[in-house]
Each structure stands twice: as structure tokens, then as C-alpha cells.
Design a protein around this ligand. Structure first.
Ligand code: FAD
Ligand code: DHB
Length: 385
């Protein structure tokens, strides 16, 4: 088998890249390790920047998103029960949309004409400095796919980044000593807008998926196990971290999904190795506090699609030559913002009383300074590509 672009991974990055190439008339094959149902079952991000909304439209996959997605003009920050609203529209004339990653993935799967290859085992990348090809096993049979380029969109644990020789790649990493325990519940959201809450017991986030489905998170220790968190324990802990009025209004019920995600900042450099390009979580991880992971994956592949189209149709290497430095500049800004918002909103065991006073000062500064709020709003709603 032969194709122009072999795309490894059918997450949001791989599916969007495949769709943009397909619309440009470029043949691409997506190879995914899991089944389509498994990919759709993963509950992850929920907030789309305007750039991501526009990209869904460009992919002709935005119809249901516009019908069902919820436009949000601001978020609320709360610190030890004191509340402050960040008004995106007034501050930067921008908004975000609440629409789950699951739905983005489903819509992208639905519009794609060429089906992806699911349940591909032992995916391996070969000879990406010269004549690249990918091998994988499916139903016990080994296949070989020759290609002009490979796009590594297979997430943090994928095969693409790992296939690069260690000497050719540099990693920058920071792990945090806590995770997010998330719950999905079929109850109306406690608030029209998202609430990011700092409390001495730890961070909490009130998010949503629809007018009848809510998503809530609490900061938990790095070694916590999801089995130790009954629904009752989760709701009790969440209520404690919210202000009294919000805690009172919270509608609880049986969880329909519950999981713990570790928090990590990670960037690989560079993102091009001959004819292999890394994009999305394969290239970088942000802690989820700024809602940047999915959006960053989408902006990477928007740039990569343009570069590959230029290389394959116009025979110009300008775009692929610039890809790594182009996207890394935006990636590091999103890393900075995600790290900053994580630092403000979480309880860090090692910082002690001094650290908490600094966090309080940061919150008070935001509440009192339009310039500070504008900076938050500009970053949260998405910096230009
Ligand atoms: P992924 O979505 O990880 O997709 C990669 C795909 O590659 C997967 O389908 C995987 O099965 C496949 N794959 C892996 N290895 C191979 C292989 N060897 N061969 C072939 N295929 C392979 N972001 C937020 O903004 N908010 C959140 O609340 C949030 N929660 C998250 C919770 C978790 C547990 C995780 C892991 C991430 C979360 N994120 C969140 C981040 C966000 O979901 C990601 O940034 C986004 O999914 C990135 O998309 P991607 O396509 O680059 O990678
Ligand atoms: C959600 C996740 C985030 O990381 C975030 O910052 C906001 C919302 C969510 O899953 O709804």
C-alpha cells in the first residue's frame, strides 16, 4: 500500500489533519491503535477556542457544534469563596465554546470519506530520513504502508516520538505532585459559566457538556486511586471547595464516568525529523487548567496541513522547513499560560503559607486590574496562530 501522508493516531489531531488533507485532494491514511468506540469513549477536554471553532468549520464538520455547543463569554474565578468574573467579550471581544472532545472526534469521524484503520497493533515507523514507511499488524497480518511523509499524532505515549533517536530530540518536562479527579453526571450545570475555584483543600472546577450534563473536577494527590473515590466522597469534597451559594445549588447524581488525569508540562524539540512531523500531545502536554491541550493540537495540525499541502502540491519546502519553529513559538506561550494558571489555582504541598499569600495577591491583582484580566482573557480565548 502507498499513500502521500501516513497519519499515526486518530485523536483530534490525526482526524483533523486527515480531513484537511482530504479536502485539499491529498491522499492520507490514518492508523490508530484502538477501536473507534474506544477513542469515542475517552472523556477529555471540553472548551474550544475560536480558532478551533473556525477550523471545525473549515473541515466542514462544524454543523452540530454550532447547534449544540454552548458559547461562553466569560469564566468565574473563585479564591477561598471570593468570586470574580472574567468577561472575555468586554475585555478582548472574544468567546469560547463548550463542546466536548468526544463530540469533536465523532463529527470529524463522520465527515471523513476515507475510513481510518483501527485496531492496528505494533505500529512502527521506518526510514523517515529517506523513504519512509509504516508497518502494523491487524488481525494477525503484518501490513506495510509506504508514504512521502509521516505525521505523528499518536499522543504522549505513542510510537512516533519514541522512534526518534534520543540524540536528535530534547525534552523539557515538569510534573506536578497532584492530578485531577473528574466526574461526568447527567444533571444540569451548577452555573451558566465555568467556575475555577482555589480552596485551601485544593482546586476544583465546575464545567459542563450540555444544559443537562455536567463535568466536575477536584485536585487530588498524585498517588490517589479512583477506586477510593465513591461518588459521595467526591460530591462532599467538591462542595467543601466551592462557595456556600454554589455548594447549595449543586445538583449531584450517580457518575457516568470517573477518572484521574495526572498533570504534566512537556515539550519536545524539534518537531520535524526528516519526513516525520510531530503534532498535538505527541509533541507537547499542558496541565489542563488553561483548557489548552485540544486547542493546541488543532492549531498544530492547521499549520502542518498547510505545510504538507504546499510541499506536495506546490513542491515548496518553505512550510515544512518552518513548521517546527512556527508551532513551537505558540506552544511555549500556551505552556506558559497553562503553568501560570495551574500555579495560581492549585494547592502546592511544598509552598506553604508564603506561597498561598502570593496566590492570594495574584487573585486580588486580577480582580483589581483590567490589564491583568485582559491578559488572562487573551490567553484563555486563544492567542493568534
Ligand atoms: P490524543 O487525543 O491522545 O490522540 C492520540 C491517538 O493516538 C489516540 O487515539 C491513541 O489511541 C492513538 N495512539 C497512541 N499510540 C498509538 C500507536 N502506537 N499507534 C497508533 N495509534 C496510537 N485537555 C483539556 O484541555 N482539558 C481536559 O480536561 C483534558 N483532560 C485530559 C484527560 C486525559 C486523561 C488526557 C490524556 C488528556 C486530557 N486533555 C485535556 C488533553 C487533551 O485531551 C489532549 O490535548 C488532546 O486529546 C490531544 O489530541 P491528540 O490528537 O494530539 O492526542
Ligand atoms: C474542562 C477541562 C479543562 O481542562 C478546563 O480547563 C475546562 C473545562 C472540561 O472538561 O470541561
Amino acid at each position: 500500500m502507498r499513500t502521500e501522508v501516513a497519519i499515526i493516531g486518530a485523536g483530534p489531531a490525526g482526524l483533523m489533519l486527515g480531513r484537511l488533507l482530504e479536502l485539499a485532494g491529498i491522499d492520507a491514511v490514518i492508523i490508530e491503535r484502538k477501536s473507534a468506540d474506544y477513542v469515542l469513549g475517552r472523556i477529555r477536554a471540553g472548551v474550544l477556542e475560536q480558532g478551533t471553532i473556525a477550523l471545525m468549520d473549515r473541515a466542514r464538520a462544524g454543523g452540530r457544534m454550532h447547534d449544540e455547543g454552548l458559547v461562553h463569554h466569560g469564566v468565574e474565578l473563585s479564591f477561598d469563596g471570593d468570586r470574580h468574573r472574567i468577561d472575555f467579550t468586554a475585555l478582548v471581544d472574544r468567546h469560547v465554546m463548550v463542546y466536548g472532545q468526544t463530540e469533536v472526534t465523532r463529527d470529524l469521524m463522520a465527515v471523513r470519506q476515507a475510513p481510518a484503520i483501527y485496531e492496528a497493533e505494533d505500529v512502527e515507523l521506518h526510514d523517515f530520513d529517506t523513504a519512509p514507511f509504516v508497518t502494523y499488524r491487524r488481525n494477525g497480518v503484518t501490513h506495510r504502508l509506504d508514504c512521502t511523509y509521516i505525521a505523528g499524532c499518536d499522543g504522549y505515549h505513542g510510537a512516533s516520538r519514541k522512534s526518534v533517536p534520543e540524540a536528535a530530540i530534547q525534552s523539557f518536562e515538569r510534573t506536578y505532585p497532584f492530578g485531577w479527579l473528574g466526574i461526568l453526571v447527567d444533571k444540569p450545570p451548577v452555573s451558566d459559566e465555568l467556575i475555577y475555584a482555589h480552596h485551601e483543600r485544593g482546586f476544583a472546577l465546575c464545567s459542563q457538556r450540555s444544559p443537562t450534563r455536567s463535568r466536575y473536577y477536584v485536585q487530588v494527590g498524585g498517588n490517589e486511586k479512583v477506586e477510593d473515590w465513591s461518588d459521595t466522597r467526591f460530591w462532599d469534597e467538591l462542595r467543601r471547595r466551592l462557595n456556600a451559594e454554589t455548594a447549595e445549588a449543586l445538583q449531584t447524581g450517580p457518575s457516568i464516568e470517573k477518572s484521574i488525569a495526572p498533570l504534566r508540562s512537556f515539550v519536545a524539540e524539534p518537531l520535524r525529523f526528516g519526513k516525520l512531523f510531530l503534532a498535538g500531545d505527541a509533541a507537547h502536554i499542558v496541565p489542563p487548567t488553561g483548557a489548552k491541550g485540544l486547542n493546541l493540537a488543532m492549531s498544530d495540525v492547521a499549520v502542518l496541513a498547510g505545510a504538507l499541502i504546499e510541499a506536495l502540491q506546490e513542491k515548496s519546502s518553505a512550510g515544512i522547513d518552518a513548521y517546527s519553529s512556527h508551532v513551537l513559538s505558540r506552544i511555549w506561550k500556551a505552556e506558559r499560560f497553562s503553568w501560570w494558571m495551574t500555579s495560581l489555582m492549585h494547592v502546592f504541598p511544598e509552598t506553604g503559607a508564603f506561597g498561598r499569600r502570593i496566590q492570594r495577591a495574584e487573585f486580588d491583582y486580577l480582580a483589581g486590574s483590567r490589564a491583568a484580566r485582559q491578559s488572562l482573557a487573551e490567553n484563555y480565548t486563544g492567542l493568534p496562530a
